[in-house]
Design a protein around this ligand. Structure first.
Ligand code: PEP
Ligand code: MG
Length: 319
């Protein structure tokens, strides 16, 4: 089976009805980019930069250290785009020395909220990312945005970082800027977000957690964590539809994107870009090659209104 999958490495990810599907990799350290390339990933859809920040006793990585790491990932991808997400610490990814006495850390000062509260840290990371963009295509992704106001604030910081580099005459490049859609409030504002950003990326791990009020790290409620809950699927569908209507690419970069049992549903909902752990790329490509989006679209849309989603899943149209 593994050998059969390996034969797909150089096969383009195109559906039976000719839709080209983008299959991207999620990485955590620059060397993961090699694994991504080896399975034929078309780029990196999510570089979780927090791994540079963790396990170092609360000491923050300098701009230069970050720049080296991002540049390495960009160079390892050989001209294919690398999506670098700004630091997403807090909740299940605590920073050493960062106060973690919050009652509800998942609802606390995490991800973009922490970045916006630490301007010098945030600007240093943004400068490092913009500098890496001088070496190849870079997309910059902002985690856990909750409102348009917060989105505009973050965009203001990116502009400021660019001006600082310009003033210092430091080499840097242009970046596409995207928003993670992983808070239900942001998914419901997908139209406005699609106007503000170059692309959207749906973080289903957190979107499920926040939509269903299920702590993704709490074993006691793990049985309630349901990617197929109609409320989750409707938020995913809304985001894909609004993004496409605005002509902006939409990716799913949560675990759902790497689960072959979800591929047909996501294709049917209009998704054309998936980002996942490198080991998932070939199994997902196999699904893509056997799918027909024309048949999947009406089925997926009916499924959103079905009173038995699981039963509907068992009747996905084949190729
Ligand atoms: C997500 O929430 O789906 C996501 C991709 O981000 P993370 O798992 O790093 O929170
Ligand atoms: Mg997330």
């Amino acid at each position: 089976e593994r050998e059969r999958l390996n034969r797909l490495i150089h096969t383009p990810a195109v559906t039976l009805d000719g839709q080209e599907i983008e299959l991207l990799a999620n990485i955590e350290v620059p060397s993961d980019a090699t694994a991504a390339r080896n399975v034929g990933a078309m780029g990196v859809g999510l570089f979780r930069s927090e791994f540079l920040f963790m396990g170092r006793g609360g000491d923050l990585p300098s701009e230069d250290e970050q720049y080296e790491s991002y540049r390495l990932a960009v160079q390892n991808m050989n001209g294919r785009p690398v999506t670098i997400r700004t630091v997403d610490v807090g909740a299940d990814k605590p920073l050493d020395g960062h106060k973690s006495d919050q009652l509800n850390p998942a609802l606390g000062l995490r991800a973009i909220r922490w970045s916006l509260s630490e301007p010098s840290m945030f600007l240093a990371q943004l400068r490092a990312i913009l500098r890496a963009a001088a070496h190849g295509p870079v997309h910059l992704l902002l985690p856990m945005l909750g409102s348009v106001k917060e989105a505009k604030q973050a965009l203001g910081f990116i502009e400021r970082a660019r001006q600082e580099l310009q003033a210092r005459d430091v080499a840097h490049g242009a970046v596409q800027v995207g928003a993670m859609i992983e808070v239900p409030g942001a998914a419901l504002m997908a139209r406005e977000f699609a106007q503000l950003f170059d692309f959207l990326s749906i973080g289903t791990n957190d979107l499920i957690q926040y939509t269903l009020a299920i702590d993704r790290a709490d074993e006691a409620v793990a049985h309630l964590y349901d990617p197929l809950h109609p409320a989750v699927l409707r938020l995913v569908e809304t985001t894909i539809r609004e993004g496409r209507a605005a002509g902006k690419p939409v990716t799913v970069c949560g675990e759902m994107a790497g689960d072959p049992s979800m591929t047909r549903l996501l294709l049917g909902l209009g998704l054309r870009s998936f980002s996942m752990h490198p080991t998932r790329i070939l199994p997902i490509k196999k699904e893509v090659l056997q799918s027909d989006t024309h048949k999947l679209a009406p089925w997926a849309n009916a499924l959103l209104r079905s009173d038995d989603v699981q039963a509907a899943m068992d009747h996905a149209p084949g190729g």
